[in-house]
Write a protein that binds this ligand. Structure first.
Ligand code: KG4
Ligand code: ZN
Length: 357
């Protein structure tokens, strides 16, 4: 097959997403043909986080129109889904976990049904692999990450440092011992009474603040692992807020946000730096929702430019850092050729990047 087209579906959290991607066999990257994301973030904002039952119901409402639109069809409001042409689709890919089980099931059942009725092979994809493979989506120039590489995945649920010596050869060398980086952003945003999702809100506040106003702790900075910890940082922020007079002044909020953001980023960079000392890699990949953070992107590129000038850092554009179908399609384009039977596919709320972990 010289060219492969994949329909990919992602519903692990609060975005209902579908995409069609294409991979030429001679290319080491994929190209996005369409990518549709229906975000529920504004619905969950009033709860300060994702409300699982609301998320599942919204996925049910949006999944068919989103798939139809990714396939280039338009669904009339209240109308029936027009007949789709799947003849040029070679694979159906779907996120099977980790994520919210009720949300995952909507995508998994939709993908399994399409596979069953069309006979197109079905590929079960790990959400975290999607965040890794975001960097294998073509970004203008035909540059692709080279192995061995280190991937830093920073999302709402995970913070991982992964060594890859080849495609789908994942070795998790570090991870968070408690909260994920994105979770810390969301919790601190709540403490500061900012909106949800917290990451972008903190980021907006932080640019107006002093990054050294508060000396919050960098956890595990001097241990010998590549692990992370963010729960102590969240508690330190809480203690600081308790000491301040209420209501919090905007300059205090900005200083807390800026100091917190600096410490999260430095916590990540300390461990990346250590891993780079120990593993001679050719590329570094950044992925996951927190990779949308402009301060992290900027500090990471400065660090890497100083460390290894000829070295390649891959940071996806912001819309490919947060959840979407295209990255799931990209992961499916490079995954081992082992389809899953539609009647046997399952969703998993907890799922390690490496099978059995
Ligand atoms: O990858 P993602 O969209 O969903 C998961 O797989 O979890 O990541 C969502 C997380 C949220 O915690 C959100 O606050 C964070 O990514 N995030 C950010 C930014 N944009 C999203 N964190 C920091 N800065 C941002 N600009
Ligand atoms: Zn994600």
């Amino acid at each position: 097959m010289s060219s492969m087209r994949i329909l990919a579906i992602e519903t692990s959290c609060d975005e209902t997403a579908a995409a069609v991607i294409r991979k030429e066999s001679s290319h080491g990257y994929v190209v996005i043909e369409s990518s549709i994301v229906a975000s529920q973030a504004s619905l969950h904002a009033k709860y300060g986080g994702v409300y699982p039952e609301v998320a599942s119901r919204e996925h049910v409402r949006h999944i068919l129109p989103v798939i139809a639109e990714a396939l280039g069809l338009k669904m009339p409001p209240g109308g029936r889904l027009p007949k789709a042409d799947f003849s040029s689709i070679d694979r159906i890919a779907v996120t099977i976990g980790p994520g919210l089980i009720g949300s995952l099931l909507v995508g998994v059942q939709s993908a399994a049904t399409i596979s069953l009725t069309t006979g197109i092979p079905l590929f079960a994809i790990n959400h975290l692999a999607g965040h890794v493979y975001a960097s294998f989506i073509q970004q203008g120039e035909e540059k692709v990450p080279k192995f061995p590489l280190l991937a830093m995945i920073v999302s709402g649920g995970h913070t991982l440092l992964v060594l890859m010596k080849g495609h789908y050869d994942f070795q998790v060398i570090g991870e968070t011992l408690d909260d994920a980086a994105g979770e810390a952003f969301d919790k601190v945003a709540r403490l500061l009474e900012l909106g949800y999702p917290g990451g972008p809100e903190i980021s907006r506040m932080a640019v107006k603040g002093n990054r050294h106003a508060f000396q919050f702790p960098i956890a595990l900075a001097h241990d010998s692992t590549y692990n992370f910890s963010f729960s102590g940082l969240k508690t330190a922020v809480l203690r600081q807020i308790q000491k301040e007079s209420k209501p919090l002044h905007d300059t205090t909020k900005a200083d807390v946000a800026a100091s917190f953001e600096r410490v999260v980023v430095e916590s990540l960079l300390v461990k990346l730096n250590r891993a780079l000392d120990d593993y001679p890699v050719r590329s570094v990949i950044l992925g996951g929702g927190v990779a949308a953070n402009s301060y992290l992107r900027q500090r990471m590129s400065t660090l890497l430019a100083h460390r290894i000038p000829e070295f390649h850092l891959f940071v996806p554009p912001i819309e490919l850092c947060t959840d979407n179908g295209a990255v799931i399609g990209a992961a499916a384009a490079f995954c081992p050729d082992k389809p899953t039977k539609p009647g046997q596919i399952q969703a998993y709320s907890r799922l390690g990047l490496v099978s059995g972990s």
